[in-house]
Design a binder for this molecule. Structure first.
Ligand code: MRU
Length: 368
């Protein structure tokens, strides 16, 4: 997508020095646009852990490029053991998004085809790039399938803007390009279909306020930032035509782990007969799991993210302030699970399907 008129992805190999991976530093957005150089697998682990890069698709691509960096560092003797350790370290950075383990497994499988460490380094670079390219392509396709949905709603509204509510950031910043939940929105906007997006701020890290609002503005998509608790009220008053969220892990039965608060939006949507769609590439499915509430590991992050909030002062300085009494304890779950029964449909790169095993397997029969 474009930033200041120039096309960017969220992750890429540095032009002229392919031993360096470059990423957009998402901790600095929306107040500064900065690119970071990552040179080692440890650099990549740190970037995933501190959320310089975040979002399911991007975490997967970052892990793949992390494996490539590890292959450059690994000595010929003990190469395979070093790669096993690097894969385990990358996989341990964040627990919920399925894309992370998926990408590490795919990198191991690709490198296993090489005979020598040098072959394996070449294969690692090729596979990491393929994972990144595929992520962008799949998001593009999600956009094409979701466009049909939005166009039908626009027709029913006789051209009045279609109001879409989204939670967190499942935009291009959460992937390599285009995004999952935002892909149909960008496709509709680009096709001249009037859309307006309600952007949940998404406490505690505010990815909606800082990232989704920023990227929609870069693309010229009309949007309004709302407090996390406003969605139900808007739905009761007919101000939301549909909800589209992303996903961090989806079970074979269609249960959806996504940013904390998603479940409450789904409940409000059901109570108000507002369709609730979840957009995801196939790399986000975990076909080994059935019951999301019981089986999906939910990341718990530091309490300081709840107790403190950061932003820009009127003098333009970045600052953090504490928002509760000094001794107040806090807990910070990063994700929740929306049961499949609350999901209207899933939007995947192969099309739309019901959020149940039969629906999902109709698109992905090879997983039966
Ligand atoms: O904690 P994050 O920012 O990595 O969480 C990911 C998200 O932004 C959301 O849960 C998103 O909707 C799914 S990621 C495509």
């Amino acid at each position: 997508m474009k930033v200041g008129g120039r096309p960017y992805r969220t992750i890429w190999l540095k032009a002229g020095d392919e031993r360096v991976v470059q990423v957009i530093d998402q901790q600095r957005l929306p107040h500064a646009f900065e690119v970071q150089d990552l040179r080692t697998a440890d650099d990549m682990c740190r970037a995933i852990r501190d959320m310089t890069v975040r979002g399911a698709g991007l975490i997967g691509a970052a892990a793949a490029f992390g494996m490539y960096l590890a292959s450059l560092q690994a000595h010929d003797s003990g190469f395979d053991d070093a790669m096993t350790r690097a894969g385990a370290a990358l996989q341990a950075t964040r627990p919920t998004a399925a894309n992370l383990a998926w990408a590490v497994a795919r990198m191991h499988a690709a490198m296993a085809m090489g005979r020598t460490p040098e072959d394996k380094r070449t294969l690692a670079r090729r596979e990491a790039q393929a994972i990144a390219d595929e992520d962008a392509l799949h998001c593009q396709r999600i956009g094409e399938h979701g466009l049909t949905l939005i166009t039908e709603l626009a027709r029913a509204k006789h051209g009045a803007p279609v109001n879409i509510l989204t939670h967190c950031n499942a935009g291009w910043l959460a992937f390599v390009d285009v995004g999952s939940a935002t892909a149909p929105i960008y496709a509709a906007h680009d096709a001249g279909v009037a859309v307006h997006v309600w952007v949940d701020e998404t406490r505690p890290r505010n990815q909606g306020a800082s990232l989704t609002a920023w990227e929609l503005a870069q693309h010229g998509v009309p949007h309004t930032l709302i407090a996390d608790n406003a969605g139900g009220h808007l739905m009761q008053h007919g101000l939301v035509d549909l909800v589209i969220t992303g996903a961090d892990r989806v079970t074979r039965q269609g249960d959806v782990a996504n940013k904390i608060g998603t479940y409450l939006k789904a409940l409000a949507a059901r109570d108000n007969a507002v369709p609730f769609y979840v957009a995801l590439p196939s790399s986000t499915f975990d076909f080994s799991l059935r019951d999301g509430v019981a089986q999906i590991p939910i990341e718990e992050r530091g309490a300081e993210e709840v107790r403190w909030i950061s932003g820009k002062t009127t003098q333009g300085r970045m600052e953090s302030v504490q928002i509760c009494p000094d001794a107040t304890p806090a807990r910070n779950w990063g994700f929740d699970v929306t049961p499949a029964r609350l999901v209207t449909q899933l939007i995947c790169e192969r099309g739309l399907c019901e959020a149940n095993e039969a629906g999902i397997l109709s698109l992905f029969p090879e997983q039966a």
